[in-house]
Design a protein around this ligand. Structure first.
Ligand SMILES: [Zn+2]
Length: 491
């Protein structure tokens, strides 16, 4: 991708470049909604469109002593209309220079910081597929660097506002490393999207940056082309995933590749990590292949065509299940490796239908940690359940999180993980080990590359049990107190 020139448009204002929509007489065209319909984040995703494929092309300039980082992009989306549309929205925080729909300039206007409203010149009818090319750019973190006392820099006296949405300012970068890792939102900081897990798509990701940097992303690396001081690295994810799980990282990485059980893997470890710990970190992340194969034995075929991991020196405070190649911040251990790779089945392949279904991701990935240690350590799953129950039963706030509807501010509460995993261990106690293990595999297989709700998992469990499990799931997922440690509750 040629390096775009710097854009002059402001974040909030976009020049209209197209002609007005042509609406034939008699047609009932309506604008698509500005949200997909998730009450936790009403502006997430959009109505009336289904993105099939993202071809993301970005040029990234690292921040310098005086200037913030800069990202410019030309990204093309293959979209299918799910309703007749006079206009539709995409989610993007950066400024937009122009939008072209099926080769024809469209009217494009920012409505607030997060919504890009696109009005195509031609009408769009339900079932139509079309391409949307968006040219955009800006500073994903304009508030950094900012040191008004630095004599070398001509900084404004007032610090610029961070680029934020839903209370999040997610750009993770410094002068030599960048990783676009975050949840529940990340895409709007770097590409236009239908930003909700319900709309999955395949990805081509092309990143142009300094040629002395390695670029890591999802899927398989297609090519790397050096042009002067810049290099464009192209990665392709051939299986669908959700927008927050697409990422790129650029920096000085020690890259390893291999193949385990027929699955190719790529790992990357920041060379900035301390010498003393880098060897251990590299050995651990290089076990991604064997751990993926171990998970296959429990959960059925691996849903993607490559695996691996990336360990950054940047401090995000968490690891994330980015598809095929999870991201780890600052360090890594076996438990987190198992957790993020288990998410490839629970969260990446079987994605959530709404954010309130987050238990299907976090409870399940945490449960697989217990399974791993039951096989590789000396604590069986029932003992693991008893120990965790003992340790948490007096934590009032832990039991007050409703796992079927935790609320947008508690989707990553510890209870969603730990109480969520305990609920599965208890369900295993109630249904029996083999029926439960088979059911988990059935869930991952039947929902492969689609989305799911908590109620659908409960229905499957009731099928396996042969009777209703209302009471069981109420005490384990909803009741504001620990379940009694009885056989009926799975102990
Ligand atoms: Zn997780």
């Amino acid at each position: 991708m040629p390096k775009p020139t710097r854009l002059l448009t402001s974040l909030a204002l976009v020049a209209a470049v197209g002609t007005a929509a042509v609406v034939p007489a008699g047609a009932v065209l309506a604008p698509g909604d500005d949200g997909i319909g998730d009450p936790y984040f009403p502006l997430d995703g959009n109505g009336g469109i289904d993105v099939l494929h993202y071809d993301v092309g970005v040029t990234y300039e690292f921040q310098t002593r005086c200037d913030p980082a800069r990202l410019d992009g030309v990204s093309t989306l293959e979209v299918r209309a799910t309703q007749d549309l006079s206009s539709f929205n995409l989610d993007l925080l950066l400024g937009v220079e122009g939008v072209v729909v099926d080769g024809v300039p469209a009217e494009a206007e920012k409505a607030g910081r997060h919504e890009l409203v696109v009005t195509p010149a031609e009408e769009v009818t339900a079932g139509d597929t079309f391409t949307v090319e968006v040219t955009y750019g800006g500073e994903p973190r304009p508030d950094v660097p900012w040191n008004p006392k630095d004599p070398k820099c001509d900084h404004p006296t007032k610090q610029p506002a961070p680029l934020s949405y839903a209370g999040e300012s997610n750009w993770l970068a410094d002068r030599t490393e960048v990783v676009t890792m975050n949840e529940p939102h990340m895409a709007p900081w770097w590409f236009p999207s239908n930003d909700h897990p319900r709309d999955k798509a395949t990805f081509d990701i092309r990143v142009t940056t300094d040629a002395d940097k390695d670029v890591i992303s999802n899927g398989k690396r297609v090519s790397r082309v050096v042009d002067g001081g810049l290099a464009t690295t192209h990665w392709r994810l051939a299986q669908p995933t959700t927008t927050y799980l697409a990422y790129f990282a650029a920096g000085d990485f020690a890259v390893s590749t291999g193949r385990t059980g027929g699955i190719p893997w790529v790992t990357a470890v920041s060379k900035r990590l301390p010498d003393g710990s880098r060897g251990y970190i590299k050995r651990t992340v290089n076990r991604s292949g064997p751990v993926t194969v171990w998970l296959e034995e429990h959960l059925g075929d691996y849903p993607f065509d490559s695996t691996g991991g990336l360990v950054t020196d940047l401090s995000s405070g968490f690891a994330l299940e980015n598809t095929t190649r999870p991201t780890y911040s600052g360090g890594i251990g076996t438990a987190v490796l198992v957790h993020e790779l288990a998410h490839q089945w629970f969260g990446d392949s079987v994605a959530i239908h709404r954010w309130r279904d987050i238990w299907l991701n976090e409870g399940f990935a945490t449960y697989m940690e217990a399974v791993y240690y039951a096989e590789h350590g000396d604590e069986s799953i029932p003992r693991w359940l008893e120990r965790n129950y003992r340790e948490t039963k007096r934590w009032g706030s832990f039991w007050r999180v409703d796992l079927t509807d935790p609320g947008p501010r508690r989707i990553f509460a510890w209870a969603v993980y730990q109480r969520g995993a305990m609920a599965l261990a208890a369900l295993r106690g109630k249904l029996g080990g083999r029926p439960f293990d088979r059911m988990l595999r059935t869930w991952a297989t039947e929902k492969r590359h689609s989305t799911a709700r908590v109620g659908e998992f409960i229905a499957l469990a009731e099928d396996v049990a042969g009777h209703g499990l209302d009471r069981f799931f109420r005490v384990w997922l909803k009741a504001p107190r620990p379940p009694k440690p009885t056989e009926r509750n799975g102990f």
